[in-house]
Ligand binder design. Structure first.
Ligand SMILES: [Zn+2]
Length: 418
């Protein structure tokens, strides 16, 4: 649905209630004069910036410079127009497909206009447009480090969840050494159908997808969540804190570590203990080395998350917390993961794999005794007496690699799988 947003004329007329007020400034330089600027948000496809400008000489060049969210990178484009003394032009920024942008981001833009009278230039003030589905009536609330955007919900409901989340995030911030952070935008949607248009197209390059129907965009300081979900908010905010705290690009941090840490601060195990125990018993645990990225095969995604959670839990609970702090400090200083891990834990990732598997085997054996029904029929038969045989079985480690070109699974499916 196309919604006309901001209209700023030389008279300083502002239309569109949801658009932040732009201070009035003289938009003229020499003979070049901006008559009006406006933008149209056509969610989820595009944002179009429109400009009307005139000059005593022919306008020969118009450039639009824009920044996404808090990014320091400025991009630019050239609106199409016929040179003349009065120019009406527009510039379309696609927000879908390969150019996907999440709701909640603010796009800041300005124009540089040149005419033929000896290269006279006008650089306009900076305008901003908030990219949101304007068919919804958005409500806003700031709680802790989150600027929440939501609709058709009560303030009280959102506030109480957000306060609970903020309380849990204290531990995350302490571990990561995050003290001050600019507010992160938290877009809370109302269910699966709405999130279909709001989530990025399924892609193997998207590392932000996870089991809650949410995405964190670290370089844009935004997360989008399908529902008001406490653990999902904790999870995505942990990603955003990590992006803020660790100077190494996220792509240089193994996905198992990134996701495992994001899950560590959630409540409850969500069936992950059982998923990992089953895989251990059947010899299907993935080697940690194969978990640098979220797997492409849908069948592997649930196990990947359960293992990531289990591995980071093992590191946090079976070793001094100081070691994790050391590791994070190395990563903050930009050291790559493997040497940082060796230096802080005193062993390498292969040794971690061995230690963690041993701990899973112990856990699987213990949990098999009181309630074998949950572990499966084979384990009922085998029981604790056959534990030694199981140990042999689970040493048959199956390499798990995602075939090229396979798409990731829908978030919601993963959640139900676990
Ligand atoms: Zn995640």
């Amino acid at each position: 649905m196309a919604i006309l947003g901001l209209i700023l004329s030389v008279l300083g007329v502002v239309a569109g209630a949801s658009v932040p007020f732009e201070p009035e400034r003289t938009q003229a330089s020499g003979s070049i004069q901006v008559l009006s600027t406006s933008h149209v948000v056509d969610f989820p496809s595009s944002v179009t910036m429109q400009l009307q400008v005139r000059s005593t000489a022919d306008i020969s060049d118009i450039q639009v410079f824009y920044r996404l969210g808090n990014q320091s990178v400025t991009s630019y484009g050239y609106p199409d127009f016929q040179p003349g003394s009065l120019v009406d032009t527009s510039f379309e920024l696609r927000t879908d497909g390969d150019n996907f942008l999440p709701q909640g981001i603010v796009i800041r833009y300005r124009y540089v206009i040149t005419d033929t009278s000896g290269g006279q230039k006008l650089e306009t003030e900076e305008y901003s447009v908030e990219y949101l589905d304007n068919s919804k009536t958005w409500q806003r609330l700031q709680v802790g480090d989150m600027d929440l955007l939501f609709h058709d919900r009560t303030y009280e409901g959102v506030e109480s969840v957000a306060e609970d989340v903020t309380e849990s995030l204290r531990d995350v911030k302490q571990l990561l050494g995050v003290t001050a952070i600019r507010p992160q935008r938290a877009v809370i949607l109302n269910g699966e159908r709405e999130s279909q248009a709001s989530f990025p197209p399924i892609s193997r390059t998207t590392s932000d997808r996870h089991v809650y129907g949410g995405f964190a965009f670290g370089d844009l300081d935004v997360f989008v969540l399908a529902d008001l979900d406490r653990d999902g908010m904790v999870h995505e905010m942990t990603h955003l804190y990590m992006d803020e705290a660790l100077s190494a690009p996220r792509s240089h941090i193994p996905a198992w570590f990134n996701e495992g840490l994001a899950m560590y601060f959630e409540d409850g195990d969500k069936g992950r203990v059982r998923t990992v125990s089953r895989a251990s018993v059947s010899g299907n645990l993935m080697p940690i080395r194969s978990m640098e990225r979220v797997p492409g095969r849908p069948d592997d995604v649930g196990l990947f998350y359960a293992q990531s959670w289990s591995i980071v839990g093992y590191l946090m609970d079976s070793h001094d917390e100081e070691r994790m702090e050391d590791l994070l400090n190395f990563l903050k200083r930009g050291r790559s993961f493997d040497p940082a891990f060796d230096a802080s834990y005193g062993f390498d990732v292969e040794e971690l794999d061995r230690q963690w598997r041993a701990s899973v085997r112990r856990g699987a054996a213990i949990s098999a005794l009181p309630d074998p029904g949950t572990i499966g029929t084979s384990l009922i038969i085998a029981g604790a007496m056959a534990f030694a045989m199981l140990v042999i079985l689970i040493r048959r480690i199956r390499g798990v690699t995602a075939p090229e070109g396979e798409e990731l699974l829908e978030e919601e499916d993963v959640e139900f799988e676990q």
